[in-house]
Design a protein. Structure first.
Length: 380
């Protein structure tokens, strides 16, 4: 068992960290307060190969794996979770659904453009009436000659307004429940397809979360992704990878909050000494450091298994569950260690506190992760 990143992986980590500190850090609060989608930065990430880390070079990707993907998302999220979730939804949800379920023609058509940032991707599973119960989707796809006609609304879709390509799961057979769902690729500009309400959020405000609305949206038959009826099963496969990226998102924000807390605890003096010298504060930092390490190990294990081609349903959920809960605890302690200054926007603590909460909700809530894990451990 090797707990070290390779020289190439360390190089990648350094490159992403330097990019994040140079290009993202100075803008974080401006983007957050204006809910401004950092389009220019996202395009730069595409040029650096960071929008296609997990895809092979022959499809325009960087030809790396989930270890590198986790490393990149962690480093981006350490500085700004909004950028982390934009990259995560684009890569391991939208793009990866096309990569794992698409035919050769679909992969050749979309993956190179997505991996380089020419296209931005989104993934639409959630609907107003179906979140945790994704199988209860109502958005429909009905055949019209060789085409499909989509009707319905997807909600809370990351990158919704900016997506050039969206993967959408819709009902093709009402009687077959989860086996009656199919996935489709829909391109921006298709008649009958538009982004709807842009959500005004608690955190991750520079990321875009929007409705996708389909009104008699007619798409060619070849836009069906994977087999008819396999949309739900494929979506669950997509989530096995996606949940690793939410773990990485939480890990990065937990790390950022921890570093901010250490820095502040060493600087802030009360009762004639640095507050880091009080055992109560030292113990908080010790717990944060320990839990972050454990979260990183779980996340990297899931990533390493994914890279080895193994099934990771249980490990992805464990990493996602634990890391997101650790991130929430770390951000909370970060605010506490900052005292009153943790509550104001001159310090990064309050933003981590707002941003991390998404991790216990997106791509399956903590309760749903526990259901998935329980189902796996009780299987044998
Ligand atoms: C910022 C943001 C970005 C998102 N991005 C995307 C995206 O890109 N694509 C996409 O498709 N979706 C996206 N989502 C949607 C997200 O995945 C859902 O919000 C999430 O799965 C929860 O669904 P829900 O909001 O409908 O909550 P509900 O399912 O209504 O859950 C409400 C509460 O009930 C609990 N609950 C539900 N069922 C059970 C059960 N069986 N047992 C125990 N407890 C249960 C939940 O854990 C939760 O606490 C995003 C959400 C947000 C907030």
């Amino acid at each position: 068992m090797d707990f070290q990143l390779s020289d190439e992986q360390l190089q990648l980590k350094k490159m992403v960290r330097e990019f994040a500190e140079r290009e993202i850090a100075p803008n974080v609060m401006k983007w957050d307060e204006a809910s401004e989608f950092p389009m220019a930065t996202v395009k730069e990430l595409g040029k650096l190969g960071l929008l296609g880390v997990i895809f092979p070079a022959e499809y325009g990707g960087s030809g790396m794996g989930y270890i590198e993907y986790v490393t990149a998302i962690e480093e981006l999220s350490r500085v700004d979770g909004s950028v982390g979730i934009i990259v995560a939804a684009h890569t391991s949800l939208g793009s990866n659904h096309i990569f794992i379920a698409g035919n050769e023609e679909q992969k050749r058509k979309y993956i190179p453009r997505l991996a380089t940032g020419e296209f931005i991707g989104a993934w639409g599973l959630t609907e107003p009436g179906s979140g945790s119960d994704a199988g209860g989707a109502r958005c429909s796809a009905v055949r019209r000659g060789k085409n499909w006609v989509l009707n319905g609304t997807k909600t809370f879709i990351t990158n919704g307004h900016y997506a050039d390509v969206a993967v959408v799961v819709a009902v093709t057979d009402k009687t077959a429940h989860t086996h009656g769902l199919s996935a489709f690729v829909v391109e921006k500009g298709t008649r009958g397809f538009r982004a709807g309400k842009k959500e005004n959020k608690l955190g991750l405000r520079a990321s875009d979360t929007s409705e996708l609305i389909f009104e008699d949206c007619e798409i060619p038959g070849e836009n069906l992704l994977g087999k008819e009826g396999d949309g739900f099963i494929d979506a669950m496969r997509v989530l096995d990878g996606g949940r690793i990226s939410i773990a990485a998102l939480g890990l990065g924000m937990a790390q950022g909050a921890y570093e901010a807390a250490v820095k502040y605890a060493k600087q802030r003096k009360q009762f004639g000494r640095a507050i880091s010298e009080f055992q109560a504060i030292g113990f908080k930092l010790a717990d944060m450091a320990t839990e972050i390490d454990a979260a990183r190990l779980l996340t990297m294990r899931a990533a390493a298994m994914k890279d080895a081609g193994m099934k990771t349903t249980q490990e992805s959920s464990m990493a996602k569950l634990y890391t997101s809960e650790v991130a929430v605890r770390c951000a909370n302690e970060c605010v506490q260690i900052h005292g009153g200054y943790g509550f104001i926007k001159d310090y990064p603590a309050e933003k981590f506190y707002r941003d991390v909460k998404l991790c216990t909700i997106g791509e399956g809530t903590s309760e749903i992760q526990r259901l998935v894990i329980a189902r796996q451990v009780l299987k044998d």
